[in-house]
Write a protein that binds this ligand. Structure first.
Ligand code: MEV
Length: 432
């Protein structure tokens, strides 16, 4: 059958071969491309097909290990999955500097998520809020009946908070159900509880329950991390450039103030933080979209979008870095239990609880931000980036094995990193 359109019914019912045949024809893929789609790593088609719909392959990303991390006195090798050069090296470098001053101190709050129930067409919002308050114990008990397993493990619904909001479509009552989700990310437990209590909330408020869904702005599930970066270690990290530790710190504090007071800079600053957080999240099969949404909403909670980190000098003149951010991650019920590489990543980390994973991720976020500021406030980031970029360009030009490093270093030294130059150098090496 010749087909050019995207209107295909029951794609999910088709076999892998049939799906591939359809996509091949639609996009005019060649044989080699189909063979590449058929290259499965640790995640077989069968696992992938259970995790998402209409699967035709798996997307692979490099999985690297960030070294040097000491968090709450424990050594970690941190799996990071990311397509961008320099990120893993930068995190490792920052962790090495922090290590000299006892590494990262991290503390996660209890894993409490918010579920929201939207009530519309409520005649008397104030009365409804009061009634909900009066009945909150019964509502919490009802929510907990929906997840006895969570309750058995020490979690469950804890609190109800209610408020009215003014909207273009009139006043609405918004109920927040606070749920301790223990080692789960929490979306399933919270959504089920919200759906369970909705009918009761309708009865109590006299309104209609509409949306019943988790909030990814997990303000009750945050992690705080702190690290000291000594001027001596900072100075040593720039030995070849002869920069004074004090000077580096002053420049970094200026860089931080830029992010603290300018949302355009804050956005990029936080992107750098999320380079680290997301890379660990992806390695460990976490919902990184939820983390991104939560992080950026948290960064604007005080009415202006700002950085998630803070830097200041301590009395010894060393640089103190801090981060605070929401991190809703889970060890049960998600891809960390189904994706083979995510399972191995969790094992490499040696994490015992979701809170521990969140602490590691926030420490990586702080390390990443510190590394970016350190580079940006001094030599700029292109030097570090370019070395790795040069290797990619060398590969693109056809270099293999030892040729890659030789060509990359030559191009970096010449400050001329281009495919045509890499080809010339390759020809020279091969005596052509
Ligand atoms: C690049 O992926 C991340 C940085 O832009 C972060 C920053 O500017 O802080 C280097």
């Amino acid at each position: 059958m010749f087909m050019t359109g995207s209107e295909i019914s029951g794609f999910y019912k088709k076999s892998l071969e049939e799906r591939l045949a359809i996509v091949k024809e639609f996009a005019e893929l060649d044989k080699k491309e189909i063979e590449e789609l058929k290259q499965y790593g640790a995640m077989s088609f069968e696992i992938a097909d259970r995790m998402a719909e209409n699967v035709i392959g798996t997307q692979q990303l490099p999985l690297g290990i960030a070294t040097n991390f000491l968090i709450n006195g424990k050594d970690y090798l941190i799996p990071m999955s990311i397509e961008e050069p320099s990120v893993i090296a930068a995190a490792s470098k920052a962790a090495g500097i922090a290590r000299e001053t006892k590494g990262f101190k991290a503390e996660a709050s209890p894993p409490v998520m918010i579920g929201q129930v939207q009530l519309v067409n409520v005649k008397d919002c104030e009365k409804a809020i009061n009634e909900i308050k009066k009945n909150s114990r019964a509502i919490i008990d009802l929510a907990n009946k929906a997840d006895p397993v969570l309750v058995k493990f020490g979690g469950g619904a804890r609190k109800i908070k209610t408020q009215a909001i003014d909207t273009e479509r009139g006043k609405m009552v918004i109920v927040h159900l606070l749920v301790d989700v223990r080692d789960a990310m929490g979306a399933n437990a919270v959504n089920t509880m919200c759906e369970t209590i909705a009918l009761e909330l309708e009865k109590i408020s006299g309104g209609e329950a509409r949306l019943r869904i988790i909030s990814n702005l997990a303000i009750h599930r945050t992690v705080k991390v702190k690290a000291v970066f000594s001027k001596k270690a900072l100075e040593e990290s720039f030995k070849e450039r002869n920069l004074k530790g004090e000077e580096i710190i002053e420049h970094m504090l200026d860089a931080h103030q830029f992010a603290a007071n300018d949302c355009f800079r804050a956005c990029t600053n936080n992107k750098g933080i999320m380079n680290g957080v997301d890379a660990v999240a992806i390695a460990c099969g976490q919902d990184f979209r939820a983390l991104e949404a939560g992080a950026h909403a948290f960064a604007s909670l005080k009415g202006k979008y700002t950085t998630l980190t803070k830097y200041y000098k301590n009395k010894e003149g060393n640089l103190v870095g801090e981060i605070e951010m929401p991190l809703a991650v889970g060890l049960v019920g998600g891809a960390i239990k189904t994706s083979p590489v995510a399972k191995i990543s969790a094992k490499i980390l040696g994490i015992k609880t979701a809170n521990e994973l969140a602490e590691v991720m926030a420490a990586v976020g702080l390390a990443q931000n510190f590394a970016a500021l350190r580079a940006l406030a001094t030599e700029g980031i292109q030097r570090g980036h370019m070395g790795l970029h040069a290797k990619n360009i060398a590969v693109m030009a056809g270099a293999k094995g030892k040729q890659i490093d030789k060509i990359a270093s030559k191009m970096t030294a010449e400050k001329n990193i281009r495919v045509d130059r890499a080809k010339e150098l390759l020809n020279e090496l091969e005596g052509k």
